[in-house]
Design a protein around this ligand. Sequence first.
Ligand SMILES: Nc1nc2c(c(=O)[nH]1)N[C@@H](CN(C=O)c1ccc(C(=O)N[C@@H](CCC(=O)O)C(=O)O)cc1)CN2
Ligand SMILES: [Mg+2]
Length: 293
Amino acid sequence: MTARIIDGKAFAATLRGRVAEGVAAFREETGRAPGLAVVLVGADPASDVYVRWKGKATLAAGMVGTEHRLLAETTQEALLALVAELNADAAVDGILVQLPLPGHIDSAAVIAAIDPDKDVDGFHVVNAGRLAVGADGYVPCTPLGCALLLEDVLGDLSGLDAVVIGRSNIVGKPMAQLLIDRNCTVTIAHSRTRDLAAVVRRADIVVAAVGRPEMIRGDWLKPGATVIDVGINRVEDAAGRRLVGDVAYDEALAVAGAITPVPGGVGPMTIAVLLRNTLVAAHARAGLAKPAI
Ligand SMILES: Nc1nc2c(c(=O)[nH]1)N[C@@H](CN(C=O)c1ccc(C(=O)N[C@@H](CCC(=O)O)C(=O)O)cc1)CN2
Ligand SMILES: [Mg+2]
């Protein structure tokens, strides 16, 4: 068996196109474009790339994007002051503070300062709570992107066994919640899980978000399983410098039914969903019905 390769890049392009149509309709209705403010502290090279991609995607969708680039030495107080300014700015519908932040800044305090109704990353505890109780709110972009890919591949997920490997607030926990909401039977595995291979082998759906290069081996998978690889790990070995996921891709290809590649799988969905969340925020702030997107 050779797994179907899930083309996240193409799916994300389609989603960005739908958002652009939604933005055009929003502009027509309100006379203004949705606004997204992106804040980057420091010069981490990967974060710099992601922020540039977000800026480009925002403009391509017809939104207004503003970038706030602060020095790595910026104090928490100064960052909180900027967040307060953006909270109060009527032209800003969505606010995003790129993570990770430098070590001297308390990320939780910064996220807590963002107006939950502008929190298009879905990281604020209010939005985490809304997701936990099934209320309308903003869902973190990466897990929502994974859920959209899973529904595209499998249709109805009801009754399927899913394993999420990783329990972060940003991916693992919200991912599990989204799968529960879709009637999956969900196991959250983590670094203390005993016999992870046996746990993974039971799963129809495997979402790997551990941040360990190629940790999930092909022979751990149930034949035909759908594998969503959230990992983006930069490695250097005999094959040179390359990007690999948390799943041993070549091994998994021979066993899985479908799998996301790295790059070109989950990553592009993160930015497409961010645009979608921003459009939703703009509608809510303008008192309009939620767009069907
Ligand atoms: N405030 C946030 N910070 C971070 C988030 C986030 O959603 N909000 N997620 C990640 C970084 N990220 C977006 O911010 C992101 C990561 C990866 C990709 C992506 O498309 N990756 C490519 C490969 C890119 C490469 O070569 O490095 C892929 O997988 O195809 C997009 C966005 C952490 N911080
Ligand atoms: Mg910190």
